[in-house]
Write a protein that binds this ligand. Structure first.
Ligand code: AP5
Length: 215
């Protein structure tokens, strides 16, 4: 049966970092709705322009737009064995629409990454991303990129416009109000495991892999 891993957790919890590790280990594609919206913004599409303004305020793009993006993405051939959702669903309505779309054809495992707020804010303020290959870095981590260049491809490292501290506070509040109910949604359907998101990224990945392999 096809499977989907859903990574849940507040901004900065490490969903993107861990999704990339899951993709590398299990060969399932990472579907990051944030990356898809940022790519649209980079291309200058109508959707991208609208989404960028919403992201810069730290608010959520509409459920229907997000669902259309997901429907199109999971229909691509690389999702034939399954996929990893990073940043979706983010509202209970998105979770319900996802359930209706999959209609029981995919085994879901939701993983909730837990981390305290102080660490989240520090991680987000230190995050840098390669503008070319999207590899993630953090100025507080070791080894940190000292020359502002990606160690993998030499691209320029940039800070996301929504990682400013005032926008981060809004994103955390939006998460509490709109996304925490999604955690209850999966908990009540026995699809959810909580994983401690603090510590070394490889150690956290071992905790996640243990959950994925237990299913
Ligand atoms: P999105 O891109 O999904 O952002 P997010 O959920 O706020 O999550 P982040 O990407 O900020 O954090 P993360 O948990 O992936 O952490 P990461 O691994 O990068 O969404 C952006 C916007 O798009 C939303 O605000 C919304 O407007 C819109 N959007 C997207 N999806 C939507 C949806 N479904 N519905 C409506 N709107 C939607 O790590 C963070 C940093 O910490 C990095 O620097 C990393 O290197 C570092 N780090 C990671 N792990 C560790 C570790 N173990 N130790 C030390 N440092 C670490």
């Amino acid at each position: 049966m096809k499977r989907a891993v859903i990574l849940l957790g507040p901004p900065g919890a490490g969903k993107g970092t861990q999704a990339k590790k899951l993709e590398a280990k299990y060969g399932l594609p990472q579907i990051s709705t944030g990356d898809i919206l940022r790519e649209e913004a980079r291309k200058g599409s109508e959707l991208g322009k609208k989404a960028q303004a919403i992201m810069d305020r730290g608010e959520l793009v509409s459920d229907q737009i997000m669902m259309d993006i997901i429907r199109e993405r999971v229909a691509l051939p690389d999702c034939a064995r399954g996929f990893i959702l990073d940043g979706f669903p983010r509202t209970v309505r998105q979770a319900e629409m996802l359930d209706r779309m999959l209609n029981g054809s995919v085994r879901l495992q939701a993983i909730h990454l837990l981390l305290d707020e102080e660490t989240l804010v520090r991680r987000l303020s230190g995050r840098r991303q390669c503008a070319r290959c999207a590899r993630l870095y953090n100025v507080y981590a070791s080894p940190s990129p000292s020359d502002g260049r990606c160690q993998a491809c030499g691209g320029t490292l940039v800070q996301r416009s929504d990682d400013r501290e005032d926008v981060v506070r809004t994103r955390l509040e939006v998460h509490r109000r709109q996304t925490e109910p999604v955690i209850q949604y999966y908990q009540s359907r026995s699809h959810l495991k909580h994983v401690d998101g603090d510590g070394d990224a490889d150690e956290i990945f071992r905790r996640i892999a243990a959950v994925v392999e237990a299913v």
